[in-house]
Design a protein. Sequence first.
Length: 116
Amino acid sequence: MTNISYPENLPAVRASGFSSQYKDPVIRTQMDAGPAKQRLRYTAAPKQFSGAVILDEAEREIFETWFTQTLGFGTLRFIMRNPETGIHEEFRFTKAYGESESDGFFEISMSLERLP
């Protein structure tokens, strides 16, 4: 488990507009006749999440520094409160975050996976 945490001085990832889906752990093999065979590829499947936070300019700079320097551009794992359960769990980015600006506020969209 990691000792890096999502910055406490930033808003939590919003539960509204948040979506999740398990990474498919099933392998299907088509047979010459009859139904396909299925088996688990692995026993613990990561769950993929997408979510966003709204930040002001100062918070955006904190987030960017955390992402680029602390997480090595999102390559390292971190602990964050799961918006679905409220439990602190281990996550990592699956790709770089996106950002859009409106009226001086920045919406940071993230693609994450919760690690088993």
